[in-house]
Design a protein around this ligand. Structure first.
Ligand SMILES: [Zn+2]
Length: 203
């Protein structure tokens, strides 16, 4: 006997929804049925927002944060302290720090951290762009806000060696961040304290 499944269009929709993070087979099916059955909920608006975001959002050419123009709102803000640069792993870390209100300088997202086991080397990160900024933007201080784990330490060590020749003050966030985790898991107060207690990076 032929096994009856949803029509191909719905099956394909479920397959596509399952590609999203955190969406398992049951959730994908539930969302697909909601889309099909609740047309008054205007699912087309969701499709529209997805396609507009995909085509309209890019990485800021300077810092790597999300932007609708070449430069993001932070880099374009003339009121920020352009003498200090905070280096983070991911663009989402920039938002974590912004929400603390502890920092008014500029950012640079590396796009990850050095991790030989995951085959992430220096060429996979925005390190050349960082060096160029340090050389060209007249920075006084470079603050490292990387994860407090082995890869974060290795990345800091590697970049510290590179930047120490450039004549900038190199600092890192104070310990007190939970070991072994990223910035996104720290609450705002912990992060703000770690920021204001940053220490000079010593070789
Ligand atoms: Zn930017």
């Amino acid at each position: 006997m032929q096994r009856i499944d949803y029509p191909p269009l719905i099956q394909e929709l479920i397959r596509q929804l399952r590609r999203m993070p955190g969406i398992g087979p049951r959730s994908a099916e539930r969302i697909a049925l909601w889309i099909v059955q609740k047309k008054e909920a205007r699912p087309n608006e969701i499709a529209d927002a997805i396609s507009k975001t995909v085509s309209g959002i890019r990485s800021c050419v300077r810092c790597g944060f999300f932007s609708e123009a070449d430069q993001c709102a932070i880099c374009a803000d003339q009121g920020r302290d352009s003498s200090s640069l905070c280096v983070v792993e991911q663009p989402t870390d920039i938002l974590s720090l912004e929400r603390t209100g502890a920092f008014r300088g500029l950012y640079h997202a590396l796009g990850g951290r050095l991790s030989p086991l995951d085959h992430v080397g220096p060429e996979d990160l925005r390190i050349d762009a960082l060096l160029r900024r340090v050389q060209e933007e007249g920075l006084h201080e470079v603050i490292f806000a990387l994860s407090a784990d082995v890869e974060g330490e290795a990345t800091l060590s590697y970049l510290g060696d590179l930047l120490v020749r450039e004549g900038v003050v190199i600092t890192r966030l104070a310990q007190g961040l939970p070991a072994g985790s990223g910035l996104e898991t720290a609450d705002e107060l912990t992060l703000a304290r770690a920021f204001s207690g940053r220490t000079v990076f010593q070789r």
